[in-house]
Design a protein around this ligand. Structure first.
Ligand code: F6P
Length: 547
């Protein structure tokens, strides 16, 4: 089998097909086929996907599915679910899907039933969260916990924070959730005056328990606590989530206050593990189990639906069409739901840390572009900021619109206006507005011909800009679980086709090592300049300022 994707006949068939497709206009595709919406939409695990506003026809989808089959996506998917060592550069299995399997399932890995291990930890989480939520877990001076502070970064932060915000209406009214991630002292410093050490629970969340940002914040939080409370109170106020018992114990947290997980859970896939402890505290164990069940439903859909009707596969394949054939360089994520405002940031780590790779599994350079830039904000806010560029800029940026049909609030007259905006934007991206339409509008307003002629280029919209729309009934723990799992599996399918390892992240290492050296130069005895003139100059200026 050729090692390069572009050498495959499946890829070349798509390139050939592009010769036609590059001339298509979405508005013509819709005009020609009254059933386009029915043909290019699919449903699963409580989510509905309309991908009809992509520049595809049935042949495009057939060829894209052939590309996936040729890349053995289905076999690779089954290998992941079975616990094979698919993260070859770290010699690890990739089993975050095991975290959401029901108790009745079994999965052997390294001589253990991982499902039983997962449920043993979930039972501990159930017991602990129930005690904190009910007020039975007391702080050192006998008062109930009111504030939870998750200290963690990357996957040990983005998932917990995003999900707690997304499920805001389900959260416990007494417990205030806080998230500290940045090594910049402004982050923790801004929080400390708002909380009382006697009623605060710190969760130190770190897979490795050695991440510099997290350990710095954890040490500072511990020191702050000890300035105001006795050392004997630490166990009631500090718990850990990690894979690293030894380092947790060394930090001073007892094993019974540590919630473990396993090295087969990648950081950006860890919200389903004990890393989700803050979410379980916020929404309760039943809500957390619903969240896992929603993701499991998407797992089942991903494993069983044919690629042609498989939501993650369709998202991945239309994404590959846009990226590798139509040349888009980024995707804008537009949740039309305020509680999903952190979802674009969450997806940045999920997609870009997973698929921001330039070599294949076999070490050879990839032959096509891989992960696009992922960015975005809530839809209506984006409309008044950067949507101008999406409509009329020189780059074509596909958009993922995400909306819940029913709101979780009582201001019901807002909902139709919100959804109208969401659907209007995707229609506008698709249709655009031709010069003739602009002329007719302005003539009807009685504008002089010269003014019309002058303004037409500015007021014309090219359209033909692709988008997906993902709908759910309401945003609940279960639909949120399904939504995250949808994107996880989309990332998997794309990584499998590009032939890369979606589960390592060597690219974050170099900066970490250099930062250690530079920190020593910033605070230690002066050393001879060791870097390029820019880095030396910056270090010198900072040293001077910090003296
Ligand atoms: O940024 C690199 C990374 O390893 C992420 O993959 C991970 O989510 C994050 O750091 C935090 O790591 P840890 O949970 O080990 O502190």
């Amino acid at each position: 089998m050729p090692t390069s994707l572009t050498d495959t006949s499946a890829y070349q068939a798509l390139q050939q097909h592009l010769e036609d497709a590059r001339h298509w206009q979405l508005r013509d595709l819709f005009a020609r086929d009254a059933r386009r919406f029915e043909t290019f939409s699919a449903e699963g695990a409580g989510l509905f996907l309309d991908y009809s506003k992509n520049i595809v026809d049935e042949k495009t989808m057939t060829l894209l599915c052939a590309l996936a089959r040729n890349a053995q996506v289905e076999e690779k998917r089954d290998a992941m679910f079975a616990g094979e060592e698919i993260n070859g550069t770290e010699h690890r299995a990739v089993l975050h899907t095991a975290l959401r399997r029901p108790r009745s399932d079994k999965l052997q890995h390294d001589g253990r039933d991982v499902v039983a291990d997962v449920h043993a930890v979930l039972d501990r989480i159930a017991d602990f969260t129930e005690r904190v939520r009910s007020g039975a877990w007391l702080g050192h001076d006998g008062r109930a916990i009111t504030d939870i502070v998750n200290i963690g970064i990357g996957g040990s932060y983005l998932g917990p924070k995003m999900t707690c915000q997304a499920l805001r209406p389900f959260c416990h009214p007494r417990l205030k959730m806080h998230f500290v991630s940045n090594v910049d002292g402004h982050d923790l410093d801004a929080l400390l005056p708002q909380i009382d050490p006697s009623t605060t629970l710190f969760i130190i969340s770190s897979k490795t328990f050695s991440t510099s940002e997290t350990m710095t914040n954890a040490q500072s939080a511990r020191a702050w606590f000890l300035q105001q409370a006795p050392e004997s109170g630490l166990p009631q106020h500090f718990v850990a989530v990690s894979t690293h018992l030894e380092l947790v114990t060394k930090f001073g947290i007892a094993p019974e206050n540590m919630f473990p997980f396993w090295d087969w859970v990648g950081g950006r896939y860890s919200v389903w593990s004990a890393i989700g402890l803050s979410l379980a505290l916020a929404i309760g164990i039943d809500g957390f189990r619903d969240f896992l069940a929603g993701a499991h439903a998407m797992d089942k859909h991903f494993r069983t639906a044919p690629l042609e009707k498989n939501l993650p596969a369709i998202m991945a394949l239309t994404g590959i069409w846009n990226r590798n054939f139509l040349g888009s360089t980024s995707i804008s994520i537009a949740p039309y739901h305020q509680d999903l405002s952190l979802f674009p940031g969450y997806l940045q780590q999920l997609e870009m840390e997973s698929n921001g790779k330039r070599v294949q599994m076999d070490g050879a350079p990839v032959s096509v572009a891989t992960c696009p830039v992922i960015w975005g904000d809530t839809g209506t806010n984006g409309q008044h900021a950067y949507f101008q560029m999406l409509h009329q800029g020189t780059d074509i940026t596909p958009v993922d619109f995400i909306a819940a049909l029913k709101p979780s609030h009582h201001l019901e007259h807002h909902q139709a206006r919100l959804l109208a905006n969401c659907f209007a934007q995707s229609e506008a991206f698709m249709r655009g507005k031709t010069a003739d339409e602009v002329r007719a509008d302005m003539s009807a307003q009685g504008l002089p011909d010269a003014e019309i002629a002058r303004l037409i280029p500015h007021r014309t919209f090219p359209g033909n800009r692709p988008s997906n729309t993902i709908l759910m009934d309401t945003l609940t723990p279960s639909t949120l679980g399904a939504l995250i799992a949808l994107y996880e599996h989309k990332v998997f399918v794309q990584g499998a086709i590009w032939g890369i390892n979606s589960f390592d992240q060597w690219g974050v290492e170099l900066g970490k090592v250099l930062a250690k050296n530079i920190e020593a130069e910033l605070v230690g005895q002066p050393k001879p300049a060791q870097h390029d003139s820019s880095t030396n100059g910056l270090i010198a200026r900072a040293r001077k300022a910090m003296q």
